[in-house]
Write a protein that binds this ligand. Structure first.
Ligand SMILES: Cc1cc2nc3c(=O)[nH]c(=O)nc-3n(C[C@H](O)[C@H](O)[C@H](O)COP(=O)(O)OP(=O)(O)OC[C@H]3O[C@@H](n4cnc5c(N)ncnc54)[C@H](O)[C@@H]3O)c2cc1C
Length: 435
């Protein structure tokens, strides 16, 4: 068997680990176009702030990778010829496969305004982008950040921590409105202001203006202009479906795969940010842009490429992130609707978060420590934990374990209930079964 994997991200590497765990003799080839290979993309945020050195971003050592015994081809795949089971590469060479995994991730949506091609208009997808941003970030100079979700905030904080004056432009009236509630958005915004960031609501960039090919100012829809030296944007991402589309594979928002991560061609699989995976539990095909699901999908795809029949059963999406310095855990379903600052899905995001079914909200904390629970008929459907994190793991277990919360449901919904205490007490009784 010749297994070929396109994409050296976490999904691709996990697939190799799975293949090797069941087939020690297989011929495995990994084709990737990123000169830095496999590294932590969420870690790029900490690299931007200077908290992590770039060397700390590699989850596997060279020795770990060598032990997996695969061939690495640093190329861009330009075409999949399904009938010939062949891939064409950027250098015109070709590689044959018996089973193929497409794990090419997603890319930042472009900022589509005049002047967006000027030097100093920047996005954050790859390590090379992060290095590019750092090259442009100058203490005392001015940056404008456009967009929403986690990555926009990472850009704001990264540039701020490099000593730039930062203007954060929001098209809507509050930050990340379809995942956070009003209270949470305001907490984040207040902390950004305390960090010295200037926020602009209802602000839409319509043009980037340059001097000598470099950014010098931006123009807003309301006619205002802002002088700046750099514009960074994060307005959403798009799964890289072009290869699959050209090959005639079924696509929707991502590459459509069944619960075995298999496309409509039985020899081709897809996993990670590029895959829109069928979830047999909900009956829906969902996009995630999260590290853990990408790893789990890659691993499951690897097993299935090797002939196993292992279904990918989606756990409630779980992300621990940092918003304006506040650790925030988002689990399950917490919001709905659209966010004017994002087109579709963003980095570190899940479509599941916004599919809020019938539920009531129990909440506590109006300062930095905040807990919001989405209470269903018998189970918790989602939770957002901001600040103090002692409940995030128990809540993840309660939500993913679909634990019957009938014994505490009424108490949680009493106005001003001490919901953290109620959950702690309930968890103490459940722990033995769930850990
Ligand atoms: C700045 C940032 C912040 C993030 N924050 C979080 C977070 O807080 N929490 C979280 O869970 N997730 C976060 N994520 C998302 C997470 O990193 C992704 O979900 C995960 O990396 C997806 O892995 P993947 O293997 O599917 O794709 P990727 O990691 O994107 O890897 C795909 C690889 O394929 C390569 N490729 C593309 N096309 C081709 C081609 N034609 N030929 C060869 N190679 C190709 C790409 O260059 C890339 O190296 C963040 C991502 C970024 C960039």
């Amino acid at each position: 068997m010749r297994y070929v994997i396109i994409g050296s991200g976490v999904a691709g590497i996990a697939a190799i680990e799975a293949l090797r765990s069941v087939d020690t003799a297989a011929e495995i080839t990994l084709i990737g176009d990123d000169p830095y290979g496999f590294y932590s993309r969420p870690g790029l945020a900490y690299y931007l702030t200077g908290e992590l050195h770039d060397k700390a971003l590699f989850p596997r050592t060279a020795d770990d990778l060598r032990k997996l015994n695969f061939r690495y081809v640093n190329q861009r795949v330009t075409r999949i010829l399904r009938a010939e089971h062949t891939l064409e590469m950027g250098d015109q060479s070709a590689i044959m496969y018996d089973r193929l995994l497409i794990a090419v991730g997603a890319q930042a949506l472009p900022l589509e305004v005049p002047g967006a091609d000027l030097e100093g208009v920047l996005k954050l997808d790859h390590m090379a982008d992060a290095k590019h941003i750092l090259k442009h970030a100058r203490r005392g100079r001015t940056a404008v950040v456009v967009g929403g979700g986690i990555t926009a905030l990472e850009l704001v904080e990264g540039l701020r921590s490099r000593g730039m004056k930062v203007h954060y432009l929001l098209r809507g009236d509050r930050y990340w409105s379809n995942v956070l509630d009003e209270q949470e958005s305001r907490i984040v915004e207040r902390r950004l202001r305390e960090e010295g960031v200037t926020l602009h609501h209802h602000a839409e960039v319509i043009e980037v203006i340059g001097r000598n090919g470099k950014v010098s100012e931006i123009r807003l829809l309301n006619g205002q202009t802002l002088k700046c030296d750099l514009v960074a944007y994060a307005i959403g991402i798009r799964p890289r479906v072009e290869l699959a589309k050209q090959a005639g594979l079924a696509i929707d928002r991502g590459i459509l795969v069944n619960e075995y991560l298999q496309t409509n061609d039985p020899d081709i699989f897809a996993a990670g940010d590029v895959a829109q995976a069928y979830d047999p539990l909900s009956g829906r095909s969902i996009l995630d842009s999260l590290w853990t699901p990408a790893r789990q999908q890659g691993y499951t795809a690897g097993l299935n490429m090797a002939g196993r029949k292992t279904a990918y059963l989606k756990a409630p999406p779980f992300n621990v992130t940092r918003l304006a310095g506040l650790t925030t855990t988002i689990i399950g379903t917490v919001g709905r609707g659209r966010d004017d600052d994002l087109v579709g899905i963003a980095r570190g995001d899940s479509e599941t978060w916004r599919q809020l079914p019938d539920s009531v909200i129990a909440q506590t904390g109006f300062d930095v420590n905040r807990l919001r629970l989405l209470v269903g008929e018998k189970t918790l459907l989602g939770a957002l934990v901001m600040g103090d994190q002692k409940l995030s793991l128990p809540l993840e277990k309660i939500i993913s374990g679909h634990v019957d919360i009938t014994p505490i449901r009424e108490r949680l919904l009493v106005p001003n209930a001490k919901i953290a205490d109620i959950v702690v007490e309930f968890w103490a009784g459940q722990k033995a079964y769930l850990t």
